[in-house]
Each structure stands twice: as structure tokens, then as C-alpha cells.
Ligand binder design. Structure first.
Ligand code: THU
Length: 133
């Protein structure tokens, strides 16, 4: 699947966001290595700190569906005027399941996005060494 198509699914997923507090909708579309796509959105809570980002929501949902290998991730933030990158917690969380070259697109629109990868988003990811022991 093309990144443009995956990003389109992320934009659709953003419409399902539950974000009454920030009013900042985010959607994520996670391409699994079996060709399926798991979509998710950010889900906020009146106890603000419990809010879950779209990216982590997508990973958790995919794992719960038995998927373990992922090919690409697109994140859409249609309420922003510029591409908003995944937060630090999400970078750590995603890195648990993907390799350095894992492609990530984050963007506000079809005209305003960034194509990057996990290595750029989360360099010096030493915790993988712990998992390998
Ligand atoms: N958010 C995401 O879901 N993903 C990001 O990459 C950036 C931030 C959410 C968290 C919160 O619900 C809202 O956007 C504002 O920070």
C-alpha cells in the first residue's frame, strides 16, 4: 500500500477522535505486514493525563488483534497548520515493535506532511539491547 493511501486512512481515522478537551483530532493508520491496516484515534479523558495518543491506540489495537509485525505508520492531525510529530512517549512505544528503517508519515494535510523513519524519530534506542539479553 502506498503511503498516500495509508495517510488517507489516518485522516479518516482522525474524524473518530474523542478529544473534547484539546479539540485536537489525531488519526493513525498502521500497516501490518499481512497487508491489513489498523486505524485508531486519540482518546482523551476528563482526567487529562489519562488521554491516549492515536499512535499508541493503533499499536495496542493491532497487538490485541494478534498482529506483531508492522510495515508503516501514517499519522494525521487535520486541526494543525503544520505537521505535528509523534510525542516522545509514542516514539518509545512504537520502537518496541519496529526496526530502525520503519517508515512514518505525519502530516496536517496532503500538502503538509513529513516522511521519516523510526531511526530519525528515536535515535539511541538502547532499550532494544535489554530485550535481546
Ligand atoms: N496527540 C496524538 O494523538 N498524537 C500525536 O502525535 C500528538 C498528540 C493527541 C494527544 C491529545 O489528545 C491531543 O493530541 C493534544 O495533545
Amino acid at each position: 500500500m502506498e503511503m498516500n493511501e495509508l495517510f488517507g486512512l489516518a485522516k479518516e481515522a482522525a474524524l473518530k477522535s474523542y478529544s473534547p478537551y484539546s479539540k485536537f483530532r489525531v488519526g493513525a493508520a498502521l500497516l501490518c505486514d499481512d497487508g491489513s491496516v489498523v486505524c485508531a484515534a486519540n482518546v482523551e479523558n476528563r482526567s487529562y493525563g489519562l488521554s491516549i495518543c492515536a499512535e499508541r491506540s493503533a499499536i495496542v489495537s493491532a497487538i490485541a488483534q494478534g498482529k506483531r509485525k508492522f510495515a508503516a505508520l501514517a499519522v494525521a492531525c487535520p486541526d494543525a497548520e503544520y505537521p505535528v510529530s509523534p510525542c516522545g512517549a509514542c516514539r518509545q512505544f512504537i520502537s518496541e515493535f519496529v526496526e530502525k528503517g520503519f517508515p512514518v508519515r505525519f502530516g496536517a494535510s496532503d500538502e503538509s506532511f513529513v516522511d521519516t523513519n523510526m531511526e530519525e524519530l528515536f535515535p539511541y534506542d538502547a532499550l532494544h539491547e535489554l530485550a535481546d539479553r
